[in-house]
Design a protein around this ligand. Sequence first.
Ligand SMILES: NC(=O)c1ccc[n+]([C@@H]2O[C@H](COP(=O)([O-])OP(=O)(O)OC[C@H]3O[C@@H](n4cnc5c(N)ncnc54)[C@H](OP(=O)(O)O)[C@@H]3O)[C@@H](O)[C@H]2O)c1
Length: 263
Amino acid sequence: MTNSTNTSFKIGGDLEVNRLGFGGMRLTDQPGNYGPFPNWEAGLELLRTAVMSGVNFFDSARAYGPLTADKIMGEALEGLDVVIATKGGLDKLSAQSISFDGSRDKLLREVDEALVNLRRDQIDLFQLHRIDPETPLEVSVAALAEARGDGRIRHIGLSKVTREQLDQALAIAPIASVQNRFNMAETGDGELVDYTAKRGIAFIPYGPLGANPMRQGARLKPREALAWLLKRSSNIVVIPGTTSMKHMLENVRAWDLVNSRGE
Ligand SMILES: NC(=O)c1ccc[n+]([C@@H]2O[C@H](COP(=O)([O-])OP(=O)(O)OC[C@H]3O[C@@H](n4cnc5c(N)ncnc54)[C@H](OP(=O)(O)O)[C@@H]3O)[C@@H](O)[C@H]2O)c1
């Protein structure tokens, strides 16, 4: 049995990651996370410095950019021993508009595209970004299970789901992670954190610093907010989003705050 100050978690039972990871949505143009990150070289350096600082879990999605967050991560992290998670089933059409498609053929095409953009032979964790209102969850999860079966995906994750939806998905395939909004000021999914913890499923809270997804700026004190999450449950893997070297280096030091409280 682990305790909440363990520094690592095994996603899917086998991919061991530092529980303090990196969120890639902000490595895009602003506002709206639409368009490539304007300072591409600085973005590459930020990601590589994160690795040198001990970060080995990176969260992306085809919707970020779209596709450009996957591309910058693929370029920066090529050949490095890190775990990259991406997402599909949601497309960004403009800074303000999105569309959903969780059909089998679209998801499988997206898996193939992500393999190219991430420069990988296998996607460590492919998360269904949103449940498509037009496609039964079972159909989307079965498609990802198919990609897992042929080795294109190692693990399947879900995003923005209820416990009931998680159970529905678990009836079709193993689910390695849930990514929902959760932070020290927005604790509505606390029961789901505990439910996933009991099942060895990673809980990856988005908006860990309380930021508005469409606007820049943390709303909580960053290190305090990260330390709170890291202490909340041993299955929580945090992914603070940043475009700033200074902020990334500050965020990885959240462990000091966890440890300084003597637990
Ligand atoms: N599954 C989903 O539907 C979903 C939705 C939203 C996000 N996500 C994922 O979750 C990740 C995290 O969420 P998020 O990026 O929306 O919000 P967040 O991590 O709560 O906050 C990010 C904001 O905080 C600022 N920030 C970061 N570190 C800071 C520091 N040390 N001091 C001051 N400001 C700091 C960043 O600005 P700077 O760039 O200036 O540092 C950025 O504007 C995303 O990057 C993405 O990977 C997933």
